[in-house]
Ligand binder design. Structure first.
Ligand code: ADP
Length: 275
């Protein structure tokens, strides 16, 4: 029996090695598949705005430029397509960094109320152009200091707010509300709209990259289908999660939480004594 045992041991080692090799091959194949799909998706997404811009510019060069009205219309459309292209490329870079694990988070303390205010200021114009009333609700007494990557959380709130405004189809009484609720150890951020809502079968898939509920409508509205995938990944990087509840015809609420950092400021008189 003494001679069987080493043989068994060798067999076991070989077996384990083969399993490990197979696992590595599976991972490589999965990565290759992921890359193929990613490139196919990207090419498809890039083609639309490029073709459209080419079309407008060539038509202008072919003589349409002499007509002032047509010129303005085509230049505006070309500019709009270039804007979507710019957003798409930026989102793609971010998503690719995230999905390949190449993203770096700059964690630190920041004031969530100030950050949300900045995003609201930036999107106020878009909201008023669409006739959407934008409100910001927060507890005046609460501490809004949190811990995370400020720039990336800015993009999270920006994406959620952009969608809430963008997909609001109400002709009258369109409303979007950003709310901060401070608890004992966390602050919840929610973005609520009274827009078109999202059907239950789509709700499970909206966080996948390039997934859009109504493909043509979302695209026409400047959507890349990447915003919520980025939101999900960025929050995962903060050990947080995005949650959503939505009813068709009534609206949607997207929310997430971040830790509450206890303010640790020395009382003023103590500081002056030290000085
Ligand atoms: P996009 O860049 O197309 O907006 P997102 O990943 O941000 O991509 O969102 C995915 C899809 O989810 C959108 O195309 C849209 O159809 C739907 N969606 C997202 N937010 C909302 C919302 N607040 N109300 C209705 N539909 C929404």
């Amino acid at each position: 029996n003494a001679s069987v045992s080493p043989l068994r041991k060798i067999n076991k080692v070989i077996n384990n090695y083969a399993i490990a090799q197979q696992k590595e091959i599976d991972t490589l194949q999965k990565n290759a598949e992921y890359r193929r799909e990613f490139v196919a998706d990207i090419s498809h997404e890039l083609k639309t705005p490029i073709f459209a811009t080419q079309g407008y510019i060539h038509t202008l060069l072919d003589g349409a430029i002499d007509d002032k009205q047509v010129r303005m219309k085509f230049l505006k459309r070309a500019a709009k397509n270039l804007d979507s292209l710019d957003k798409l490329v930026k989102d793609l870079l971010t998503l690719n960094q995230i999905e390949t694990g190449d993203i770096h988070f700059n964690f630190g303390e920041f004031n969530l109320k100030n950050l949300a205010n900045e995003v609201i200021d930036q999107l106020e114009h878009k909201a008023s152009k669409k006739g959407v009333e934008l409100t910001f609700k927060y507890d005046e007494q609460a501490n809004h200091l949190t811990y995370g990557d400020e720039d990336k959380i800015y993009r999270v709130i920006q994406n959620l707010l952009f969608n809430a405004i963008n997909y609001n189809n109400k002709k009258k009484g369109a409303m979007v509300e950003v709310e901060l609720k401070s608890g004992k150890s966390s602050i919840q951020v929610s973005v609520k709209d009274n827009g078109r809502g999202i059907p239950a079968e789509d709700l499970k898939r909206i966080f996948e990259r390039f997934y859009r509920v109504e493909k043509s409508r979302s695209k026409e509205k400047g959507g890349t289908g990447l915003g919520l995938a980025i939101v999900k990944h960025v929050l995962e990087g903060h050990k947080s999660k995005i949650s959503v509840s939505s009813t068709v015809g009534t609206g949607s609420i997207f929310s997430f939480s971040l830790p509450l950092v206890k303010e640790d400021k020395a009382p003023e008189n103590e500081i002056s004594r030290e000085v």
